[in-house]
Design a protein around this ligand. Structure first.
Ligand code: ARG
Length: 464
């Protein structure tokens, strides 16, 4: 915003003293919100065109302002714009430069608007674009995971619960779980677009305006879907910020779970994967080390997302309506989460492309810990018509016996099995095999190889 001849801010006639030096330094948001310059200018142009259409300003002034705004836009893009940190924010900087470029007519631009509706219009426009970029990144993440899944339908690994071997599964099935997580993230970001598509411009400081503005016109111009309903709510509302921070947080939680899992798999104790040298760092003292630092980075950075959403929740909690300076911090949190999410997703993609599965180790681990015990129970229910609980009990006795003999289930002789459950027959060995265990899980969403192939196909076509 323009300063007057005494180099005082626009409100200098009313407020006689300069703001305290410290507050001037910390109270501004320019360093952060200069990122919104494009959207600010886009919004201003739509506003001015609407003012002209509604005969609130004349043709000459409209053209002059738009010419000036476009010039400011170029100056910023070409890095020729002198940002003035004494002028609080990007809105005031642009307006002030407009005065320098076109003189007093610049003063018409702020007719029927306030920075309160201006700033959220900018932020919503910006968030719409950022959200769409994240959706694209989520799509490419999923297509990379799917490529990996396609190669590993027949790769057998132990499925864990409580990190104890539970039941054998196809590695591809496991990877498809990640696909589901990212599909949900995508949907969340997509859903956020609904509120982001409500146009705040024109609600003024908090009451609306006495000018005969046309909010539907700016809505169309700025490609929103409809104008917001209530002026007080509009300038107070930051739910759309919470939505973005929340969706980012949940996505980062997914990333951190995957990272943690891969860290475990990469440990010497598990040794289920090997990371390409691109994805490890060494130790300054232990020459042999290859540490999975990028994965730890991904896990650790989730803290940033948790912090950002907690900050925004704390700002909003108990804040009366309508606008308060407290809300100014929203943008920094949004930008930080957005930047970090893009970095984290891109890094995760590097990981996905550079991980090698130690298939032999996966297979041998899948055979440890009586992972086909449930199959044996199911067999007794099916073949011997036992109630599930009875079959469960008999299986537990067989496992105790095998444990004592230090044998796997399929290593027990038929006569040993029969000692505990006389009705068992030789065909029981078929179901103790890891492949047939997996292949028997044909229920919808289960790990059978056929299901997994179908699900990969489905995920590829219906990448929605
Ligand atoms: N820089 C401010 C923000 O980001 C713009 C809105 C200022 N409005 C006000 N009434 N002081 O929130």
């Amino acid at each position: 915003m323009r300063k007057n001849k005494n180099n005082k801010p626009i409100w200098g006639t009313r407020i006689k003293k300069n703001a305290s030096t410290l507050f001037k330094k910390v109270g501004g948001s320019l360093l952060i919100d200069k990122l919104l310059f494009k959207e600010d200018i886009e919004g201003s142009i739509a506003h001015v065109e609407m003012l002209y259409k509604q005969k609130i300003i004349n043709f000459r002034i409209k053209n002059k302002i738009i010419w000036g705004l476009k010039r400011v836009n170029n100056e910023i893009i070409k890095k020729k714009f002198k940002f003035n940190y004494d002028l609080e924010d990007i809105h005031m900087n642009i307006e002030s430069r407009l005065f320098e470029l076109i003189g007093e007519d610049a003063g018409y631009i702020h007719t029927a608007r306030s920075r309160n509706d201006q700033v959220i219009t900018d932020l919503k426009l910006w968030l719409k674009k950022a959200t769409k970029k994240i959706i694209i990144l989520l799509d490419s993440t999923n297509s990379n995971v799917l490529k990996l899944a396609e190669k590993n339908v027949m790769t057998i690994m132990p499925g864990f619960t409580h990190l104890k071997n539970a039941q054998p599964i196809s590695l591809a099935h496991y990877l498809l779980a990640y696909v589901e997580m990212f599909k949900r993230d995508k949907k969340k970001f997509k859903n956020n677009l609904e509120f982001l598509d409500e146009n705040p411009l024109g609600v003024g400081a908090l009451t609306g305006t006495s000018f005969k503005i046309d909010r539907n016109y700016t809505t169309k111009k700025l490609k929103f879907k409809k104008p917001t309903n209530n002026s007080v709510d509009t300038v107070s509302d930051r739910d759309f910020v919470l939505d973005f921070l929340h969706s980012s947080l949940v996505c980062s939680l997914h990333i951190s779970r995957i990272a943690e899992e891969l860290i475990i798999w990469n440990s010497d104790a598990f040794n289920l994967i090997t990371l390409n040298d691109k994805l490890v760092t060494g130790s300054s003292i232990m020459p042999q080390k290859k540490n999975p630092d990028p994965l730890e980075y991904l896990r650790g950075k989730t803290g940033t997302f948790i912090g950002n959403i907690n900050s925004m929740i704390s700002i909003i909690k108990g804040l009366p309506l309508s606008y308060f300076k407290d809300l100014q911090d929203d943008k920094e949190l949004v930008f930080k989460s957005n930047d970090q999410l893009k970095i984290s997703l891109s890094l995760l993609n590097d990981v996905i492309k550079n991980v090698v599965f130690n298939k032999k180790k996966m297979l041998s681990l899948a055979g440890i810990g009586f992972t086909t015990a449930t199959d044996l129970t199911d067999y007794m229910v099916r073949e011997l018509q036992y109630p599930f609980r009875k079959a469960y009990l008999q299986t537990a006795k067989i496992i105790n016996f095998a444990e004592k003999k230090n044998k796997k289930l399929h290593e027990l002789e038929l006569k040993e099995l029969k000692m505990i459950e006389p009705k068992l027959k030789a065909d029981v060995y078929k179901i103790l095999d890891l492949y047939s265990s997996i292949n028997s899980k044909k229920s919808y969403g289960g790990t059978s190889f056929e299901n997994v192939k179908k699900m990969i196909k489905k995920a590829k076509i219906k990448n929605d």
